[in-house]
Design a binder for this molecule. Structure first.
Ligand code: AMP
Length: 349
């Protein structure tokens, strides 16, 4: 069993976006400090003890960062493997490297899920034009070609409506059969260093233009599927010997739940826990990474989380005046289209 970090210990976080910001706030509530490592703009910097601004392949900066912290976690999954090797030679990384490796590559991820016996969309590896033709023959259309690495918020995806279509950027990809789903839910699951598992009630997710728009809890899906979702998320966390919070995105279909993807970190669809639970996903993650017992993640309110994207910020006066509404802003100066500026949690019951 991992010993709990003492008060005042420093948690290193790779990535300094809004997730790192909210993790830092949670860490400080538990008496810890955070050191953010981020090459770009740093919304987390305002609330962190320390910030390193350097690229993810700057060996000297990575080394100094690792030596200044007690444990390393991340809110950004695409850190190069060699950089992780270097960091891991100095301090433990939680969640572990396997969780990162599995989720960084859509093909590895799909194979891992299939080998666990979980349902995924039918998929095929695409590395050459000939592979694409074979994959389209095997899987057909409609289907979606997704780059194996670095895709998020629907980026790096091409939809195929006709098996004769041949659009392809040349990047190693996976062709996925289109899943006809009635809804998308996600399970936010936490696993402690002692192996204890706590899952939040699944939320119903609505996307717009590939970006999460709202998450609603309860999700309205039958209890049987809620149970299935929680059990499969716990199975994934256990199989990875995972420590921390993970998001598991699921399609609801007449044949049951189909796993879309896993995110080895706190997840946008878990922001509602800030208003719905005694211990939210950010605190839960910090507890796990720091070797503390997991907290009570039971849902005690019905909540709708809405992302504030781009000029949604113009609605701020009205949102601030709304009853039963929590406003979270990320301190980003420029409200560009498609940029997540904040979110609101509306307690509806
Ligand atoms: P992803 O980046 O994989 O999370 O995909 C973004 C969104 O595209 C998902 O939330 C779904 O709405 C949709 N999508 C992705 N993969 C599939 C699929 N195989 N079948 C149907 N819809 C999908």
């Amino acid at each position: 069993m991992t010993e709990a970090l003492p008060q005042g210990a420093v948690i290193g976080i790779l990535g300094g976006g809004q997730l790192g910001r909210m993790l830092s706030v949670a860490a400080s509530r538990l008496g810890y400090r955070t050191h953010i490592y981020e090459p770009g703009t740093v919304p987390a910097g305002d609330v962190a003890h320390r910030v390193t601004t350097a690229s993810y392949d700057d060996a000297a900066a990575l080394r100094a960062f690792a030596e200044s912290v007690d444990v390393i976690t991340y809110e950004f999954e695409n850190v190069p493997a060699e950089s992780l090797d270097l960091l891991e030679s100095i301090r433990p990384i939680r969640p572990n490297r396997r969780a990162l490796a599995v989720s960084q590559d859509r093909l590895t991820e799909k194979e891992f899920l299939r080998d666990l016996g979980l349902k995924t969309a039918p998929f095929a590896n695409v590395e050459t034009e000939a592979d694409l033709a074979d994959a389209l023959q095997q899987i057909g259309a409609p289907s979606i070609l997704k780059t194996r690495r670095m895709g998020y918020d629907g980026k790096g995806q091409i939809r195929f409506s006709d098996p004769a279509q041949r659009d392809w950027t040349g990047a190693p990809s996976v062709l996925e059969g289109f899943v006809s789903f009635s809804g998308e839910i996600s399970v936010i699951v936490a696993r402690g260093a002692d192996g204890a598992v706590a899952a939040y009630d699944p939320g119903l997710n609505v996307h717009e233009g590939g970006i999460l728009r709202t998450t609603t809890v309860p999700s309205g899906v039958p209890q049987r599927l809620v149970t299935d979702g929680v059990l499969l998320a716990a199975q994934i966390a256990g199989a990875l010997d995972y420590v921390g919070v993970m998001g598991v995105e699921l399609f609801v279909t007449p044949e049951g739940l189909v796993v879309n993807e896993i995110a080895p970190r706190v997840h946008n669809s878990g922001h509602w826990t800030q208003a719905g639970c005694a211990v939210d996903q950010f605190e839960q993650h910090i507890r796990a990474v720091a070797g503390l017992p997991l907290g009570d993640g039971k849902r005690y309110a019905d909540v709708v989380m809405e992302n504030l994207i781009g000029d949604d910020m113009d609605r701020l006066p009205e949102l601030l005046a709304a009853p039963n509404t929590q406003v979270h802003l990320y301190g980003k100066a420029e409200a560009r289209a498609g940029r997540k500026m904040g979110h609101v949690n509306r307690i509806i019951r």
